[in-house]
Design a protein around this ligand. Sequence first.
Ligand code: NAD
Length: 330
Amino acid sequence: MSDILSRHRQLCELLVEYGHQYYVLDNPTVPDAEYDRLMRELIALEVDHPELKTPASPSVRVGGQPLSAFSQVRHEIPMLSLDNVFSDEELQAFEQRMRDRLKRELNFTFCCEPKLDGLAVSLLYVDGQLVQAATRGDGATGEEITENVRTIKAIPLVLRGSGWPARLEVRGEVFMPKAGFEAMNAKAQAAGEKVFVNPRNAAAGSLRQLDSRITASRPLSFYAYGVGIGGDELGNSHFARLNQLKAWGLPLSPEVKLKEGAAGCQAFHDDILARRSELPYEIDGVVYKVDDIALQQELGFVARAPRWATAHKFPAEEEMTLLENVEFQV
Ligand code: NAD
């Protein structure tokens, strides 16, 4: 038992440290796959020994603390993380768990989306005007980054059309397209400056700048993937909500599709995985969400993630050795 206790402590310490480097400093020192491996080991250990699980465990927390350099924004509706599946069997188990929980034999329709590798943001529109933008932070409190977000041309400052809720919170991912990332790194290299390790860290570092002129000079883009505040005034289909956001001028990934059941999700996964390198932005997997909002509400949440959605992660592309040899820039 003392071996288990000490391994648990070690895993918590490592994950807290790596999480801080990744979420707060935008400066990871290990590849995501290594972080994911340690997290899965921690979760497995806590399943076998539930007494080890505390509210402070990295397994139940979302993201990292917001940086004090920014004003803080309290999320009225928490911004959660996503659980992961890594195989077809785990995907089927995800679907079965939902059936068991709902106690009926349902055939689920899923909204299938690419899992963009960037930074989650919340955009608040009041009477159709963008008034506030915030990072996810620790899920409950994020950083206020409104001025920086205003420099991203893909994000409308004013919604198009009409019929939006008086207060509408759009959630989505700010990311750096591959072409912009490569051009920016080539320029930095030519000038003898530090290069970014990957588009995810480039996007996060660019967005969390105190000087919005720096953000404005970075090639950032955005795709919407959800609605927070104001969602109740929209329809019962997540997919229809995303298309409504698109009609109001918010960018939506053309890859987003409705699919039937785990088999439909698996086909979506295989198709996107086969085209991964051709996509103009980096993704680390795909996300499946139960499309029916009433079912989502019935299924609810666990500590850090909704029960009605999961990420299906792709195999890692980066290697430890690659990260060790690169100097990072924030
Ligand atoms: P996550 O990345 O697994 O999933 C939640 C996030 O997915 C959301 O916050 C959002 O930003 C993003 N997302 C992208 N497309 C989405 C879509 N269509 N719908 C909904 N969300 C979408 O969760 P997380 O807790 O932010 O991060 C965990 C991951 O971060 C780990 O799996 C690991 O790979 C990486 N990480 C790496 C290190 C490291 O040291 N290398 C440290 C911490 C975390």
